[in-house]
Design a protein. Sequence first.
Length: 490
Amino acid sequence: MLSSVSDRNFIIKLKDDGETILGRNALTRVRDLRCSRKHVSLKLNNKFGICELTHTGRFKGVVCGRPVHLHESRWLFHGDTLELLTGKYIFKFQRLNPIIAEQAYLKNLEYGSWQHYDSVMIYNFQSLPGNSLIAGFELYGGIVHRTPGGKHPRGMNDWVIAYDNVITQLKKYVKKGYKIVIFTNQGGISTKRLLIDDFKKKIAAINRVVCVPFQCFAATADDWYRIPRPGMWELFCRMGNAGVEVDVSKSFFVGNSDGFTIGDKVRIDYSATDRLFALNCGLRFWSAEEEFYNNRDPSCPLYKFTQQATFKRMAEKLILPNDTPLPVADEPEIILFCGVTAAGKTYYAKRHLEPLGVKIISWENDNLTLEQCLRLVEETLKNHRAVVVDATNPSTDSRKPFIDLANDFNCRIRCFSFEISYEQALHNYIYRKIKNPECSTPRSLIDVYQKILVPPTVEEGFESIVYISFIPDFDDPADEMMYNFFLKDK
């Protein structure tokens, strides 16, 4: 029922089966000409103790403090308020027995139930059945926008519906037989910028506004589940679709970060994460603008990093010059590595040099001081053995102590410089972080290295500079498959 806020004795009983029309009529006692005769349609759902409201009047109303316009729908829960006109003719939705209503809601908690799997939060509406047709949406940019002035989520109310026809489009897909599934990154939860309860309330509020059943998968950490990595999609297919196989040829994903550019300037959606997520999942991708406004310029180039092509181009030869001799274990020599974090230095040392019996010193990885590293190198040379110094060594100052040590022992020193693009280094770093979450090397070191790098030269005292390309080799096909996904999120 609806009870008048201003007159407690005024009650409107809603039809159990069928539609109740509110407006300028005897039922509401409203005579205001701004209120249409058929201003609001109400349909009671006794199973879940809720009521579906559809606004049919010319002038907007208000539900729980949020405006509702012509043809928009909302859900009313026990205790929610309805204003037929803004600030006027206010009613409160109540079940005849609030206790029974609350019990019905709790009994059917699937209406807004939450699950946690690893670092993913999963919201499910009414235990939605499995469906082969999936309409996937990114939350921010695809369904809602953040309120002005906010780059990161700040609470449960920092959102507005992204486009005028979002709700219409969502309902259209539901009528066509699609299941709506939202995928979103919510790293603010793991960094405590966003409270879990606030995010849950936000999703429930969005669900109430769009009035469309959906599931929501939220990645809360920087791991395999974070978009554009396909972990959330794999989780949905494995556990969230009731065993029904998804028809990827008919399913799609709508997002905001599509990576398209206009001229020489990158648009506000500078990142390609949403588009790359769709590519990783094998889904068709539509930008939010294309979906809701159909204004895509097909001539816009895609601003993204395609790692497969880049890696193949860079990895034509592992080592240059081609005839470079590898170190001999029992001949004193220093091989000094130079390369950005995640350039594959340790991988190359273990895969190609350690089997030769050469001593490997990874002093940065082993948290050694420079003095400790130099002492180990000196001991190895005294034993008339070759030694590899596995470290970034970006500057002449960082390389000089090892050159001086080689001169003291009158042995040769060569620099193995690892040639890798910034994008591939980031890709390697993320892959390593996913495989080994305990990795403590900060991502920022890649940017720092780029700024302070001074390429090595023979003038510093090296006998030669050897250039190494990163060519990954995998023992496990699953690792190779993971590596070939788009992993970089920004």
